[in-house]
Design a protein around this ligand. Structure first.
Ligand code: MN
Ligand code: MN
Length: 320
């Protein structure tokens, strides 16, 4: 592998030293002379204008970069070495317009359009969950994608607050309506918590989205659930969207809309490993909110999930 794309080792420079890029990878923003050589690009989207309750994910990418200096080169379970299997880089942040949701989404989609053109598969650190919609507007433009979605919420609501269509509770309803996702290849995993009504579930039923609620996950076990998830996504291009509130708030309190009764941190990582073999064209980890992450533990779990996502993306790319 090209040495340029090797992360800085903790054996060469202590982990607490240096400027913290994602996983200590080189910073290769658009326009850099190595940009076209990148296979998998880590991108920060510091934006939370879609948040309906407790804000803060705009601070996520910076906190996640800092925590990610703890990540080493090899997966301790699968022995995958993602930085050897693919050329990975930190592409920097997309600068949003914090005063204008539509302008922010246009800026984010334009950035991801450039990645599609360059053949770079993105791994995104959000941002709230509305971030996924402008990303999908770029990645799902040519052909509707399947999606594996880990969350305690479906994010399939129609609107909030007097008809507002663009919040972190609505991105996947919009993505289906816009033809960016193939509803027959969507599975939502870990859904739980109190509800306003059943209109999100009604929409899912109408278009054929499979929801595996947390109680069903607990009853069946993760191996069985993830086998079904892989079958639903199939062989086609698939997006993975991971809301940190999928994880029980005992393990991930640093998020805006926590729901109790969820997976522990070990299960949170194992479900990602179960995605091995899918054609993952992009992935995100969203809703890490540093102001509610007093211990920093949510950010550390977040970067550990990002590393697992990177491992399955790199391994599946290497096998194709
Ligand atoms: Mn969500
Ligand atoms: Mn959620």
């Amino acid at each position: 592998m090209d040495d340029f794309f090797s992360p800085v080792s903790g054996m060469d420079l202590p982990r607490f030293a240096g400027i913290p890029t994602f996983m200590r990878l080189p910073h290769v923003p658009p326009g850099h002379d190595r940009f076209a050589d990148v296979d998998i690009g880590l991108v920060g989207v510091p934006w939370d204008s879609g948040t309906t309750n407790r804000p803060g994910p705009r601070h996520g990418p910076r906190q996640l970069r800092d925590a990610s200096t703890m990540i080493r080169a090899m997966n301790g379970v699968t022995r995958v070495r993602p930085f050897a299997a693919a050329r990975c880089a930190d592409l920097g942040d997309v600068g949003p317009n914090p005063a204008d949701i539509a302008d922010s989404m246009a800026r984010i989609s334009a950035f991801y359009d450039s990645l599609v053109t360059a053949g770079i598969r993105p791994l995104t650190a959000g941002g709230d969950h509305l971030t996924s919609l402008p990303v999908l507007r770029a990645l799902g433009k040519a052909v509707p994608l399947g999606m594996i979605h880990f969350d305690s919420h479906t994010d399939l609501w129609d609107s909030y607050f007097n008809g507002q269509k663009y919040t972190h509770g609505t991105p996947f309803r919009r993505a289906v309506e816009e033809g960016l996702l193939d509803p027959a290849r969507i599975v939502q995993i870990g859904i739980r918590g109190t509800m306003y009504d059943t209109s999100d579930r009604d929409f899912a039923s109408a278009v054929g989205i499979r929801i595996i609620e947390m109680e069903e996950c607990a009853a069946r076990g993760w191996d069985d659930v993830m086998a079904e998830a892989r079958a639903i996504a199939g062989d086609g291009p698939t997006y993975v969207s991971y809301d940190i509130d999928f994880v029980d708030p005992a393990f991930a309190p640093g998020t805006g809309t926590p729901e109790v009764g969820g997976p522990n941190s070990r299960e949170a990582l194992a479900v990602v490993r179960a995605l091995q073999g899918l054609d993952i064209v992009g992935a995100d980890l969203v809703e890490v909110s540093p102001p509610f992450d007093a211990s920093g533990g949510t950010a550390y779990l977040g970067v550990s999930i990002l590393f697992e996502l990177l491992c399955v993306m790199a391994a599946s790319r290497a096998s194709r």
